[in-house]
Design a protein around this ligand. Structure first.
Ligand SMILES: [Zn+2]
Length: 447
């Protein structure tokens, strides 16, 4: 689910708190098990693996996975390096002085400073983003032209400037008025901000993609999904089911749940509805329903809240230490260095470092919930499709093939970077999961 990605990003940096509108087209979100063709069997007899690729796709998948893994790590390290460079070159302090010359009002100075900072950070990351897009296009996953891609980048930047500047201004004000306990107050307001951004996400998504009611195009499918709804006891009426016109930009397959309360909805990419049999879409839908039924959002929120408490505290300590040690070099004021605008960049740097360190922990939680949702999804379609195991395995194969997922990822990389279990592990589990054999029942359903 996109929500987990958002939470993960929130914990990485203050800046990204504001980037919830970022279109999730770059990385394989891996939500939707998609469908595939002939070479899929429920378990490959020779290898014992349930996720396999034909040879030419296998070579591509391995090469592309290697690239993605490197880019993941490079992206994080580059973000940290840019923040460090802004400080070490004195650019952050210079930017602060510039903002003071342009405006009299302290609030306007702050807004200008943070807007400029966001522009700098965005442009610094642009070459890596462009390279990822280029690779995605050359491997036939993205079909989005460069004009449209730039358009999306521009919209994202604009949204980030508007929302990000305001939030950073708020955080910085807190650092100024409470130089000792600011990390605690920042933590307190981060929680409602996460909820608010989740609420707002579905409202911002139409800026990037077209959405239509699922029932408008797939009436028969919606009727089948309602069968799953009835079995799960959830309350997802057809009016909450949407079709996203993803095929304009991507060949990937995906589905996700998003929003909370009044904005809660289920979204299916049209690539999936066009290429997958209804059975497999029911499985995906069951998986997504699992996230809601099993309260994964509140649980993740609670976990992150607890984690962020210590992260903010540790970052405040680390940033304070950095400011004492290097403040003079970086052009920070002697008194209350972190309360200055350039001092805020020290906090951003500390948060970026923390983000890199906690990523595997966040991903481990996420993988646990994704696995639970897989189990739930498979149980949810029991009795509704002829063979839940086969359906799930086929779905995972289609997903893996569409995104060119490596059938044999390095376990350490999976541990560190994967928000979902690898397709290999998901498919292998599904192939062997049959609690109904010998009259038993599943973990989440009585029959
Ligand atoms: Zn999921």
């Amino acid at each position: 689910m996109r929500f987990f990605r958002l939470l993960a990003r929130v914990s990485v940096t203050f800046v990204t708190l504001l980037t919830m509108a970022m279109p999730a087209t770059v990385a394989p979100a891996q939500e939707a098990p998609p469908a595939s063709q002939a070479q899929v069997q429920a378990g490959n007899a020779e290898s014992g693996e349930s996720y396999t690729l034909p040879p030419e796709k296998l070579a591509k998948a391995i090469a592309l996975s290697r690239f993605r893994n490197i880019m993941d790590i490079a992206g994080s390290l580059w973000g940290i390096a840019v923040a460090w460079l802004l400080l070490a070159t004195g650019a952050a302090a210079g930017l602060g002085r510039w903002a003071e010359r342009v405006f009299h009002s302290r609030w306007l100075q702050g807004l200008l400073f943070f807007a400029a900072l966001i522009v700098i950070l965005t442009f610094a990351g642009l070459p890596l983003d462009a390279l990822s897009h280029h690779m995605s296009r050359s491997y036939g996953i993205s079909v989005q032209g460069w004009g449209s891609w730039l358009d999306d980048q521009g919209k994202t930047l604009l949204l980030t400037i508007i929302l990000g500047s305001l939030v950073m201004l708020l955080f910085q004000w807190i650092v100024r008025v409470s130089p000792r306990r600011y990390w605690l107050w920042c933590w307190v307001i981060t929680l409602p901000l996460i909820v608010a951004s989740t609420l707002a996400e579905p409202l911002l998504e139409p800026l990037f993609n077209r959405y239509e009611p699922l029932s408008k195009h797939h009436e028969a499918l919606v009727a089948k999904l309602e069968e799953v709804v009835a079995r799960t006891g959830t309350n997802i009426p057809p009016s909450r089911m949407f079709l996203m016109k993803a095929s304009e930009k991507s060949n990937g397959l995906n589905a996700y749940v998003t929003g909370v309360g009044a904005t809660k909805r289920y979204v299916m990419w049209d690539t999936a509805t066009d290429r997958l049999p209804d059975d497999e879409i029911m499985f995906i839908f069951g998986h997504e329903s699992g996230h809601y039924v099993l309260n994964h959002i509140p649980k993740m929120l609670a976990g992150f809240a607890l984690g962020l408490f210590f992260i903010y505290w540790a970052c405040a300590k680390y940033a304070g230490w950095l400011a004492r040690r290097r403040g003079a070099q970086w052009g920070l004021p002697e008194e209350h260095a972190l309360a200055s605008r350039a001092g805020f960049v020290v906090l951003l740097f500390a948060i970026s470092v923390a983000g890199l360190i906690i990523e595997p922990a966040a991903n481990t939680f996420s993988r646990h919930f994704e696995h639970e949702a897989d189990v739930y999804g498979q149980e949810a379609i029991h009795g509704l499709v002829p063979d839940p195991q086969q359906t799930a395995v086929k779905g995972f194969n289609a997903l893996g093939e569409a995104w060119l997922e490596d059938p044999n990822p390095n376990p350490l990389i999976e541990f560190w970077e994967y928000s979902h279990p690898s397709v290999k592990n998901r498919a292998n589990f599904a192939a062997h999961y049959d609690p109904w054999a010998n009259g038993g029942h599943g973990r989440f359903f009585e029959h």
